[in-house]
Design a protein around this ligand. Structure first.
Ligand SMILES: NC(=O)c1ccc[n+]([C@@H]2O[C@H](COP(=O)([O-])OP(=O)(O)OC[C@H]3O[C@@H](n4cnc5c(N)ncnc54)[C@H](O)[C@@H]3O)[C@@H](O)[C@H]2O)c1
Length: 362
């Protein structure tokens, strides 16, 4: 089995999940880099990691034995850092969204193919126990072909700070459409990533100057920063296969509470994977569930599937899957081709919302 040594670039909030997932699967995190070296040092200390750097290239040059890189920087840097790592012969695990748009993602996909290295993304909701339990029913034919699904990640008051990178389109690629794309990805995963056809979308820009709609994660506001992304989006997507998907994503919208779910209707059974938050962003009050909707013995039946609770929403399991897929002990949970399809959909959502008409995805 390959002895995998990892360098992490970006010492923000996602680092502990990546570290735990990689080490759980038997890899070693040997170095941490961050444009802010103090942040790299502070993040490295609790894990006893002595090597810290201010750039990816310095980390790679100083540690030629690193064979995989994990990218968890603001979205704008995903593509250039992933390309740099792949071009230097490293496998790459990159946070979501894969890139700012589909053309960047295509460059990443081409470089992954050219280098022959693995490129995977933190679509961690696929690794949740609830999603994996439902996937077994889909794979063993109990659900039948999925006709339609609804992907929802709606926050009521969950803007991740004002003026920081999250709210600056040039750095993030967009607001909740891009940031909360997890449920769109999960619905597509359940539907076997059908080829998209048309998108009809509306985006809204309410509450983006109202501090009462800020989320509770302590992300600081940047007084001179830019806030130019949407607050919510409602969209409908059709596929060449005849399937359909409704999408609702919001950071700030007058919803009852924060809801994270995929609901689907199959030809034989329906189902749902859900996380309900007590209040926006409070994980300890969340309720995770997965259910199957069937007809049995002449009765309409709702089944609760009981699985182990995972507060991390699959983040640790997803990082572990990256290592296991390099070692050849697990199938990769995602492919770069799926990431490209997803980015084409987010591009088309913005295009349709801006043009005010349906957009066909080519
Ligand atoms: N999968 C999930 O559930 C989840 C949750 C939150 C965030 N994310 C994603 O993780 C990524 C990071 O988000 P975060 O909340 O940890 O951000 P963050 O702002 O907390 O951390 C980002 C870090 O990157 C560093 N950085 C910025 N530009 C850099 C560069 N060019 N080179 C090196 N370092 C650089 C910053 O100094 C900072 O320490 C984003 O892509 C975000 O979308 C994923």
């Amino acid at each position: 089995m390959e002895n995998i040594k990892i360098g992490i670039i970006g010492a923000g909030g996602m680092l502990p999940y990546h570290y735990k997932g990689f080490t759980k699967a038997g890899a070693q995190v040997v170095a941490i880099a961050d444009a802010n070296t103090e942040k790299a040092k502070t993040a490295a200390a609790p894990y006893g990691i002595e090597k810290t750097y201010d750039s990816l290239i310095r980390m790679i040059e100083d540690n030629p034995d690193i064979n995989a890189v994990s990218v968890l920087t603001p979205n704008k840097f995903h593509m250039p850092l992933a390309i740099e790592a792949l071009a230097n012969g490293k496998h790459v695990y990159c946070e979501k969204p894969p890139a700012l748009n589909a053309s960047e993602m295509k460059v990443m996909l081409d470089e992954a193919k050219r280098s022959g290295k693995r490129l995977m993304f933190a679509f961690n909701n696929r690794a949740r126990p609830e999603s994996q339990a439902i996937m077994k029913y889909i794979r063993n034919g109990r659900v039948g072909a999925i006709n339609s699904a609804q992907a929802t990640w709606i926050r009521r008051a969950g803007i991740p700070g004002f003026g920081g990178w999250f709210t600056t389109k040039e750095l993030s690629g967009g607001g909740p459409v891009i940031d909360l794309l997890h449920m769109i990805d999960l619905a597509l995963y359940f539907m076997d990533y059908p080829e998209p056809d048309y998108v009809l979308a509306r985006t809204f820009y309410n509450f983006m100057d109202n501090k009462n709609f800020k989320g509770p994660w302590g992300i600081p506001d940047a007084a001179s920063g830019i806030t130019d992304v949407e607050s919510s989006c409602h969209a409908m997507l059709t596929f060449k296969s005849g399937q359909s998907l409704m999408i609702r994503n919001s950071w700030a919208e007058m919803n009852e509470r924060e809801v994270v779910s995929v609901v689907f209707q199959g030809k034989k059974a329906g189902g749902k994977v859900e996380r309900l938050f007590g209040r926006d962003g409070f994980d300890e009050t969340s309720i995770d569930s997965c259910r199957l909707f069937t007809e049995e013995n002449g009765n309409q039946v709702n089944r609760d599937i009981l699985v182990e609770k995972d507060e991390t929403m699959g983040r640790i399991a997803s990082a572990a899957n990256f290592i296991e897929s390099i070692q050849g002990t697990s199938e990769p949970l995602s492919t770069p081709e799926q990431a490209l399809s997803l980015m084409k959909i987010t591009d088309a959502i913005y295009e349709s919302a801006s043009a005010g008409k349906p957009v066909q995805i080519k």
